[in-house]
Design a protein around this ligand. Sequence first.
Ligand code: NAD
Ligand code: UDP
Length: 316
Amino acid sequence: MGKSLKTAVVTGGAGFVPSHLVDKLLAEGLRVIAFDNFVTGNARNVSHLSNNDHFKLIEHDVSVPFDVEGDVDFVFHMASPASPIDYVQIPIETLKAGSYASHNALDLALRKNAVYLVASTSEVYGDPEIHPQQETYWGNVNSIGLRSCYDEAKRYAEAVTMAYHRMHGLDTKIVRIFNTYGPRMRLDDGRVVPAFIGQALRGEPMTMFGDGSQTRSFCYVTDLVEGIWRLANSNFHEPVNCGNPHEMTILQFAEAIARHFKIELILDPRPLPPDDPKVRQPDISRAREILQWEPVVAFDEGIKQTIDYFRDFVLQ
Ligand code: NAD
Ligand code: UDP
């Protein structure tokens, strides 16, 4: 009989980032059990795995306790609405995804003596007063603003993770994900990457919030997933930033999309949403040192892959 495979549970497994993580785990030779309630994800993101015996997708809201039979080696808690237009519409579900669901995923890891990794976010830094953001920065978050359902849920998710680590000795990891993009994002999720690409594909002006001077640093999804996998296999328990330090203004981002499409840039100016962070750039010294990780996919290449995905999707 062959060696039995390691097993990973991935919450939110039908989502954008988590579905790429599922692909990575399968490629690394693991068996994967994904849980999703499809609130923002779609089974289509893992439909290419429907005949894969090592993959199982279970429809379930992980804010309600859940279990699996047999051994589990890793629990990746990835489930949470992640786009501002999603989480402001379902703030209570979002808070539960960071709190109740964290407890449920942590308890599963504890019962199974598994490694636990939680997807946190650069939003824990809020509208940052230091730049770029290092893991040692405690953040500047409005606890009652529109984004607070997400930001505070993730801060709670980090706190409860450290509590399980300290109280139970659980082997936990926290990844702070910065803006990530790539195929399988939802065209209508409101985030700037699908928004501008979708508008360019439809020949519409790009909806620019504010004057476009706010900055973001975009990481291609396969780079992120590599960082997550390395972190899961490390012995490090404090948060680690995973993102691409290549920073640009949102106006520069719009110009880049126009360049890719060889179209004239036409903007549709809109007000800047409340609490929209003015700057964001990861300091990835910790990931470089501990994980020997840094992004390798150039922005132009990642954007090309993403445009190709959306083009096929729109033309389907
Ligand atoms: P996504 O919405 O595509 O994926 C999240 C998945 O979780 C979806 O499939 C959704 O249906 C599922 N889900 C949500 N609540 C659930 C629940 N209660 N029970 C079961 N399933 C549930 O978003 P994404 O961008 O892929 O984000 C994945 C994770 O990474 C999230 O935790 C997010 O906070 C984090 N993150 C993402 C980014 C980014 O730039 N994409 C940045 C920072 C953090
Ligand atoms: N943004 C924009 N037009 C859009 C969507 C977003 O100008 O149609 C801006 C938004 O205000 C923010 C940046 O792009 O400053 C990134 O927004 P996104 O929702 O992608 O991510 P987040 O704000 O969570 O980093």
